[in-house]
Design a protein around this ligand. Sequence first.
Ligand code: ADP
Ligand code: MG
Length: 349
Amino acid sequence: MSLREYLKKRIPSRIRDTRHDLREIGEFGLIDRIRNWMVASDSSLIQGIGDDVAVIEIDGKALLVTTDILIEGIHFDRSWIDPYRLGKKALVVNLSDIAAMGGTPKYFLISLGLPKNLPFSFFSLFYRGLKEGAKRFQVYLIGGDTSLSQKIVINICLLGKGKKGDLLYRRGAKVGNDLFVSGTLGDAALGLKILQNEGPAGRPKRLIEKHLSPYPRIELGQVIARHHLANAMIDISDGLLIDTNHLLEESGVGARIWEDRIPLSKSYRKWIRSYSKDPYQTAFTGGEDYELLFTAPSEKREKISALASSSKIPITWIGKILPRKEGFQIIRRDGKEYSPNRLGFEHFK
Ligand code: ADP
Ligand code: MG
């Protein structure tokens, strides 16, 4: 029997069927299916698939586990990120997920797929960046795996800890909560556009750095959790709208966001004009800001504003949590309401 005949016999027709592929369901449709197929129920499992990190209870303490992958040509390009920044960023994207729970990162493993012709200097610089990030956030490398690959593939699995009663999940938002976001939005996405286009002369360093060297809001996340200032939290990695939508779906609620409250940096306001007529589009749908989005009852407003002053990190009230039937609404500057149909970046779509 030829291999083709054998495969035809052994592989069910629905798998051979190439008319249906991942474009139809997208990254999040795929994750939903995986979640339904692999139902996990175990008395120690506090949070499985569906949040920024998984949470497991061990002897009354919460162990946090998260993993993220960076692939050359998809997440980064060697022509615009140097190995030092890449090493640091690979760690930061994972640290940000632990920040979103209000946890403390502790240990990590790193697995690398590497092409044969990669200069050794690339490698030593990459690890220097990784070491710098690890030192800053007091996390320790404890293992990993290494393999040949056509393109660079970087996967980090980060472990952390947290207090069970303090941790914040995507699923905790309550109707009537205010919706807050830290920092400014769209800077990293605009920085990437500028890098990709070789940008105009006098490139804005701040925007480019926000893309190349993001900062995880670990300390801020911890204070929000420790002082019980929020009901739900997520980090913004894929874009404000898509990540807000994740939080709404997990909490079973709707929301309204006021466009003119979206925090935009001075640099963003100046440079976005060269790229888009609508200054809000990139801030709404661009990814990689790694800011925190959280919901809180209105009586916490004063404490949250005091936290913004003491931490010197802007925290902006951008919206309200509504009943689910109200959907996800954006209120434009002119007062008109619309429901966003394209939320942001999604793999395979
Ligand atoms: P984040 O953007 O915070 O990293 P994702 O949107 O990537 O989160 O993932 C959402 C949830 O789906 C997380 O709980 C993550 O662990 C889980 N997840 C993502 N990909 C897979 C996969 N291939 N198999 C199982 N779980 C996955
Ligand atoms: Mg996340």
